[in-house]
Design a protein around this ligand. Structure first.
Ligand code: GLO
Ligand code: MG
Length: 343
């Protein structure tokens, strides 16, 4: 089936299976090997952390610049496009208690400087999207930080970046918890409130991850609809999640096919992708998977997405409208389930 969708993922989505309770269970593919997989698996876009592009985000800029230029050449060779760069602000010893919202002025300065470098890296690899996943911008216990100051610091950080570069866009990827007990900006709606307070709201939008919305007790397709109405759905991290537990990053649609269908349907109906947006997948292979088959979660998620596009296109929408008009939602339930069951 031909659709105009373009797909992306990040190099962290091919991984060694390490988790909080156990070590790696497969050898890591090298970055060069991962790059080979993109086109083979049907992907055109690469999502990067700053230190996925460069070997160390704390190296002198001249070294980072040279490495970023090399990465750009490799992307060009493979016919791949960089979709975004996200400063990885949550692993450095200085940012142990948050980067943007840390109580430490030194940590906040580090975070801002590093974020500006991410913008410079983004320019070199050829993209204007900077993703903020505010991993540690919250607390483990409520009294640890001043919550109002924390919100103000997030706005200040965005303003400083919007000011630093007049071309970039900031995409907030919100998640209610993990690694923190509570994040200060847990949902897309919260983030869009902050976007409107920045010096250039038109350059602040969102990346919505299915699992993150589910962890917030929300429905991913409704969250996407909300952002689409604001014209601020600039990327997605499609995946699946089995209830309220740790962020599972399961393949798209494998837990709740109907929930996946509704995400595809809302994207389809609203022209998502027509302005160059990618269908990003933030999925992890199951830990038990052998190395040689540890990219199937990516190709499977893509295939499931495309099957669901077909189902969206073949849905009897006149019938849907009729059932909406007569409020026969029982019949509508059956129509959708039968459609997902193949007839
Ligand atoms: C974790 C997030 C994370 C981000 C990535 C890009 O829960 O989903 O994987 O998507 O770091 O910002
Ligand atoms: Mg994500």
């Amino acid at each position: 089936m031909t659709t105009n969708y373009r797909f992306s993922f990040g190099p962290w989505n091919i991984h060694s299976g390490m988790d909080n309770f156990g070590p790696a269970v497969r050898d890591e593919f090298s970055f060069a090997e991962k790059l080979e997989f993109y086109k083979q698996l049907g992907f055109d876009g690469v999502q990067f952390h700053d230190d996925d592009v460069v070997s160390n985000a704390d190296d002198p800029w001249a070294k980072q610049e040279a490495e970023a230029r090399l990465m750009r050449r490799r992307l060009d060779e493979y016919g791949l496009e960089a979709e975004f760069v996200a400063p990885r602000l949550w692993e450095h010893p200085l940012t142990i208690d948050g980067a943007i919202t840390s109580n430490s002025a030194q940590a906040r300065k580090y975070a801002l400087d590093r974020s500006k470098r991410s913008i410079d890296i983004a320019h070199i690899v050829g993209c204007r999207n900077i993703v903020l996943w505010p991993a540690r911008e919250g607390t483990y216990m409520r009294e640890a930080k001043d919550p109002v100051a924390a919100v103000a610091r997030l706005v200040d950080w965005m303003n400083a970046l919007l000011e630093y570069d007049k071309d970039i866009r900031i995409l907030g990827e919100m998640k209610p918890n993990e690694p923190m007990d509570h994040a200060y900006v847990p949902t897309t709606g919260h983030f869009l409130g902050l976007a409107s307070l920045t010096i250039d709201p038109l350059r602040v939008g969102t990346l919505i991850e299915s699992a993150h919305t589910i962890l917030a007790g929300l429905d991913p397709s409704d969250e996407m609809a909300y952002a689409l109405y604001h014209k601020k759905l600039w990327s997605v991290h499609l995946n699946d999640q089995n209830g309220l537990k740790f962020d599972e990053d399961k393949s798209f649609g494998v837990v709740d096919l109907r929930r996946a269908f509704n995400q595809v349907w809302v994207l389809e109906r609203n022209g998502y992708g027509q302005n160059g947006e990618f269908i990003g997948l933030d999925v992890k292979a199951l830990r038990t998977q052998l190395k040689e088959s540890s990219t199937k979660h990516l190709s499977n998620s893509r295939a499931i997405f495309l099957r669901l596009v077909e189902l969206c296109r073949s849905l009897d929408v006149a019938k849907v409208e009729e059932l909406r008009a007569t409020r026969d939602y029982e019949e509508l339930d059956l129509l959708i389930v039968n459609h997902l069951l193949g007839g």
